[in-house]
Every structure is written in C-alpha cells, then in structure tokens.
Design a protein around this ligand. Structure first.
Ligand SMILES: [Zn+2]
Length: 351
C-alpha cells in the first residue's frame, strides 16, 4: 500500500501550571529521562527555566546551560555539552533563540528535544526548522521535529504583550504564504501539498476568525499556540517553510538586512502580509482591521522603520529567498510600486 509517514511531536500539552507538573506530564506519556540538559537564557531562567530544573531534578540528573544567542557558536557549545554529558533529552526553555539553538544542536547530536516555550512569538516552537545566525546572516536550517511541546499558559500569558502580538502576526501570515504557494503551483514553479496547506491555513483561520480576540484570554492563547504548532507540522509535511513563508516573509527577511533597528519577526511579517495582499489586488482592509484590533503596529513610524528602509526592503525582498516564487517575483516590485503600496495601505504617509 502506498502512503507516507509524517513526523509530528509525540506530545502537545497546553495548559496552566504544566511546568510544576512536568514530571507527571512526561510520565503520562510513559517518558522519564535519566539525564536532562536544560537550556535557557537569562530571562527565561527566571520565568520558567529554574522551575524546570528543579522539577526534573527529582527524577533525572540535570545539567544546565545558558544560551547566549542563536549563533553557530551557541550551537557548538550545546553540542559540546551534549557530547560530554550524554543526556537522553535536551529541554529548551525559552523563545525563538533558545528553542532554535536547542532543537538544531539536539538534532545534529541525535538526542530528543523537548520544547518548553515561554512566549508564543513565532512558529519556531515546534517547527523542524531552526533559524541560526552565521557570519551576520540568518540561515533557516533543517532540524528534527521536537519530541514534544509543553506550553504552560501561566508563563506564556505573562510574556510581554508585544511578543504575543508578534505570534499572531506570524500565524496569520500563513494565509498570505499559502496564496503565494498556490500561485507558484499554478505557474509551474513549485509543487503543492494539500495536507500541509490545510494545516497551516486551519491554524491561521482559527485565530483570524476568533470572535473578539483578547491577548489575555486563555482560549485565544491556546488557539494561537495550537496554530503555531500546526504551522510547524505543516512545514514538516511540506519539507520546507513554504506553507508558512511567502512574499511577506521575504519582506521581513529583507528588513532584517536593511533596517538599522528591525522590529520583531512577527511584526514585520504582519506588515508584509498587508503588502502582499495589496500586491495581489485583494482587499487588505479586513486583514488590517484584524491585525490592528490585536494591537500590532502597522505603520513605519510605530515600527521604528524609516520609509526608505521599507522601500529598499520591498524591492530587495526576492533576493532573500532565491528560487521561491511569490507575488513579489510575479509582479516585479520596483521603487515606484513599493512607494505606492506603502501609501495606499497607510503604512507610510510620505517619502
Ligand atoms: Zn515566520
């Protein structure tokens, strides 16, 4: 029989107070570990890392390591620690950086990786892709799917609101990424995978269609985390970031290069999603209204970006992902079109 196997995390737990019950949560999946390597940064140690270490130390030998950035040096130091301590699980406690470094290093060393997000600011919490900086450039590298995701809402609810808003931006951008993917398929530039698209779209729509979204509402936060996890699974099925990354992500990657002070990834892709929707000739207002109801900053000024940086980033965006075909590649955005889009969408008021 012909079928395919897909990789998904063994466990997904979203709830309040999960960290304090971490050992019993793991046991409910018949998991216990002899040696655990816990990764955190200075902030995530205080909000959750310290407790994760304490809770796991009752059943396992615990080693700890502070991750200082998502650089190749950080990956090397985690790999050295794995080789010397030989843990049977690496637990990443944190946001993008700690999780990216942890899942990539654990993947290279063939060790289980458990994701304990402290924020829900992007879809890296369960994706098989790690963003690592090398020689000043951000690389999206393949990693294994995490063993599990334990999202403690008590911790995530208290994360800075700006981070949660950014997570909504990253998730909703799937809707634009899928339009770009369909476009590439129609024009014979890419293959398309219905299952991957369906998951990425379902995750985004569950948040986009939420009646009266409220960042402090646990139901809304659960949907956000579910959606980000589904995004990760969809990337695993597609074998690339394609279901969650189109022209709007190219604009964000380009801003990371061009802007003197880039905003958060999710904030930039939210802005990118408004622009790509405009470039497609569709009505961007319902999307803009939703993103603004969440409180996402949607003007150059409020994001701390100059109009010139934005124009440059849009024009250069296709260079960030050579080979990826999106609405930007199709219409060929020059400076004039970029300026017009920025004015029409209300992102800039002049140049
Ligand atoms: Zn993203």
């Amino acid at each position: 029989m012909i079928s395919r196997d897909i990789s998904i995390p063994l466990m997904l737990e979203i709830g309040e107070g999960l960290i304090d019950r971490l050992s019993s949560v793991l046991l409910s999946y018949s998991l216990s570990f002899q040696k655990a390597l816990i990764l955190y940064d200075e902030i995530t140690y205080a909000v959750a890392g310290k407790r994760v270490c304490r809770v796991l130390s009752s059943d396992s030998q615990v080693f700890e390591l502070l991750v200082e950035g998502n650089t190749t040096d950080s990956v090397s130091s985690v790999r050295r620690e794995i080789r010397s301590r030989l843990p049977d699980v690496v637990v990443g406690v944190g946001g993008g950086t700690v999780l990216d470094v942890g899942k990539y290093a654990a993947s290279l060393e063939n060790v289980n990786f458990l994701s304990v997000p402290t924020v829900a600011s992007n879809d890296g919490i369960s994706s098989p892709i790690a963003v690592i900086k090398s020689e000043g450039r951000s690389l999206s590298l393949g990693a294994k799917m995490p063993l599990g995701v334990i999202a403690d809402l008590k911790v995530i609810r208290n994360a800075p609101r700006r981070m949660i808003r950014a997570g909504v931006g990253d998730l909703v951008s799937n809707l634009s990424a899928i339009e770009d993917w369909k476009l590439a398929f129609r024009e014979g530039k890419d293959r398309f995978d219905n299952f991957a698209a369906l998951l990425a779209e379902a995750g985004a729509e569950a948040v986009f269609n939420f009646a009266q979204p409220d960042l402090g509402d646990l139901n809304f936060l659960s949907r956000l985390i579910n959606g980000l996890v589904l995004s990760g699974v969809s990337m695993g099925i597609a074998g690339s970031s394609r279901p969650c990354s189109g022209g709007e992500h190219e604009i964000s990657h380009s801003l990371d290069r061009v802007a003197s002070k880039p905003a958060l990834h999710g904030e930039q892709v939210a802005l990118g999603t408004i622009l790509t929707t405009y470039f497609r000739g569709e009505d961007f207002r319902p999307l803009k209204d939703f993103l603004s109801s969440i409180g996402l900053p949607l003007t150059a000024d409020s994001l701390g970006l100059s109009p010139q940086e934005l124009v440059q980033a849009i024009v250069d965006a296709p260079q960030t992902r050579p080979g990826r075909y999106t609405i930007l590649e199709k219409i060929g955005v020059d400076e004039e079109k970029a300026k017009e889009a920025l004015i029409e969408t209300g992102i800039c008021i002049g140049f």
